[in-house]
Design a protein around this ligand. Structure first.
Ligand SMILES: Nc1ncnc2c1ncn2[C@@H]1O[C@H](COP(=O)(O)OP(=O)(O)OP(=O)(O)O)[C@@H](O)[C@H]1O
Length: 203
């Protein structure tokens, strides 16, 4: 499998935020996207999975067969926001996402166990602490299989132990032939990851 970006530009509010972004990522590889606030890291992730239109250039995904014919289908997007309903139970939220995203992988309970939240799946998501919310959102990556994980500041709010646990989960995903693109200001513990440094903030 391979994700490629060729000379991609992104816009927000009609203004160019970045341009000329190119990379090729193969199965088992990770790319960290770094740069100052406002450089366009989140915008790039959203462009890669088709949540925002691309101003110029091309994004392609190949090798995913009928199940993952293009980047939109192949990408699991973990944004800044957790995208969970506060009034629904944690497991209920994960069940919703599993049905929505398809390609079921771990059960919601198993996924919560993997992030150390196996005992609180019955609680409303809104009751969880900031770090627990992030961990429950990370569990979303495990309930449905998608080969490309697009992660926006994935470890924000996590304690050291949870950071290490997540680094392990990312390592397993890469060993299984997955791909990861992660926007971050912090080291993620991804050994061998390449780095894409995005430029200066647009005036
Ligand atoms: N809806 C919008 N309309 C206009 N401009 C926007 C919109 N959303 C974001 N921007 C601008 O686009 C630029 C890039 O934002 P983006 O969130 O991609 O940056 P970032 O590199 O992820 O920043 P951070 O490190 O702070 O998360 C910023 O200057 C931001 O103000």
């Amino acid at each position: 499998m391979r994700l490629a970006a060729e000379n991609v530009s992104g816009e927000r509010g009609g203004e160019t935020v970045f341009s000329g972004i190119s990379f090729v990522l193969e199965a088992g590889e990770a790319l960290t996207v770094t740069g100052p606030n406002g450089a366009g890291k989140s915008t790039l992730l959203r462009v890669l999975c088709g949540l925002l239109p691309m101003a110029e250039g091309a994004v392609s995904f190949s090798g995913g067969g009928d199940a993952f014919p293009d980047a939109g289908a192949a990408c699991h997007y973990l944004g800044h926001r957790n995208a969970m309903k506060a009034e629904l139970g944690v497991e209920e939220n994960l069940r919703f996402w599993q049905e929505f995203l398809g390609h079921p992988h771990l059960s919601p309970f198993e996924a919560l166990e993997m992030v150390g939240l196996g005992d609180i799946g019955h609680l409303p998501f809104g009751y969880l602490s900031t770090g627990q919310r992030r961990r429950a959102s990370i569990a979303r990556l495990l309930v449905s299989y998608r080969p490309v994980w697009l992660l926006d500041e994935p470890t924000s709010g996590l304690d050291k132990a949870s950071e290490a646990q997540f680094a392990e989960l990312m390592g397993v995903h890469l060993e299984d032939g997955g791909l990861i693109v992660a926007a971050t200001h912090l080291p993620l513990g991804l050994t061998g990851a390449r780095e894409l440094r995005m430029g200066q903030v647009q005036a």
